[in-house]
Design a protein around this ligand. Structure first.
Ligand SMILES: [Zn+2]
Length: 374
């Protein structure tokens, strides 16, 4: 067991839900405090509210991991007469770091929306609304045979060679002969000025996500023995990684809208929900779900032939439009996202044992749903 700095934990987390997956303008990441200290006790929460911060203080928590960013709109002052700003002061006074993973966690493969779909037992799930398409490139590097392994390892360590969630270190190599003549001011690793040279070389081919181009080139330049490392970059056209909000899938059996609404209420443990339907007895089987407030994505649910769409915070006029389009909608509220608490604790606990982290992980026991039903 070793001390785990906030930065080490976040490096691992961001390989699961990278920040570049977040929507533009979403203030994800470090919100309060510092990552440059060891974590002793982490608390996972959906919302950072004043009562949650009190809970953290009582529990001697020094790192809060939240889904909803605590500072969503810019502050105009830090006057502590206001409960919200006093909360920031309490966090700083108690040396509590807050890190938020919001829309990057929503879209991550096996993140928030996958958890919601799993909880509803949806099968054959796909993304409801694609927000990011990550293109791939391929690098082909020519390297002397004896340097092959170190260059290959440098490329894969920099993130090349990962194909889908289940395969890493995917490379292809073949042997050949490299020929060159150093001229003018060259300072060759192998060979002499004006003497034609030939070297037994290996060509390493490996794919990587386009956004890693600079990192991969840097790793190549550092590991390659040549003054001018020979390499080609290609754009890959036959696959992209898609990420997006919401999931759509199928239930094992058809069920009426009303019965399904009841089931959703039980599944997410909410004390009430609203639903909109042209016919409460209609049998449904194809279900779209999107955490948070995703009423505006209902056309995606229609396009993908959903019978019912589950999301929170549906507006009155949007509900009218949904009804007019013949879509059934179940609104169990925004708080169903609190499912992220046990899921994140489970995930982090798994990482903790794999990576021998030495800090405690708990979840906030408070219910931060502001709505009550009568
Ligand atoms: Zn949310």
């Amino acid at each position: 067991m070793t001390e785990t700095y906030g930065s080490e934990f976040i490096q691992k987390f961001e390989s699961f839900a990278p920040k570049y997956l977040a929507e533009a303008g979403d203030p994800v990441g470090l919100a309060v405090g510092t990552l440059k200290k060891p974590i002793k006790k982490m608390m996972v929460t959906l919302d950072v509210r004043p009562e949650v911060v009190q809970e953290a203080i009582e529990q001697h928590v020094d790192f809060i991991f939240a889904h909803h960013p605590p500072i969503f709109r810019p502050l105009k002052n830090l006057a502590t007469d206001d409960a919200q700003t006093k909360m920031y002061a309490d966090l700083l006074k108690n040396d509590i770091t807050v890190y938020a993973a919001h829309t990057n966690l929503d879209v991550a493969t096996n993140g928030m929306n996958t958890w919601l779909a799993d909880e509803l037992n949806l099968t054959e799930t796909e993304i409801l609304h694609v927000t990011k398409r990550l293109a791939y490139k391929k690098i082909a590097v020519f390297v002397p045979k004896e340097n092959e392994e170190e260059v290959r390892k440098a490329l894969t360590a920099a993130g090349a060679g990962q194909i889908g969630p289940n395969y890493k270190d995917c490379t292809y190599t073949f042997e050949g002969v490299g020929r060159f003549t150093p001229i003018n001011q060259a300072n060759p690793t192998i060979g002499e000025i004006d003497e034609p040279e030939h070297v037994a070389e290996v060509r390493i081919e490996v794919v990587f996500p386009e956004h890693l181009t600079q990192t991969i080139e840097k790793a190549l330049f550092e590991a390659h023995p040549y003054e001018e490392p020979p390499y080609d970059l290609y754009t890959i056209e036959n696959f992209v990684d898609e990420y997006g909000l919401g999931r759509i899938g199928n239930l094992a059996e058809p069920i009426s809208v009303q019965e399904f609404a009841q089931k959703v209420k039980e599944t997410f443990g909410v004390s009430g929900l609203r639903y909109v339907t042209p016919d409460k007895d209609k049998l449904i089987q194809r279900v779209a779900v999107c955490g948070g407030d995703a009423g505006s994505y209902y056309p995606d649910a229609l396009n993908k032939k959903a019978d019912v769409f589950i999301t929170g915070d549906v507006y009155y006029h949007t509900a009218h439009d949904m009804l007019a389009d013949g879509l059934s909608v179940i609104d169990p509220g925004h708080h169903i996202e609190s499912i992220c608490k046990p899921k994140l604790v489970e995930l982090f606990t798994e990482w903790k044992s794999d990576l021998e982290w030495d800090f405690d992980i708990i979840q906030s026991e408070l219910n931060t749903d502001p709505y009550k039903f009568i």
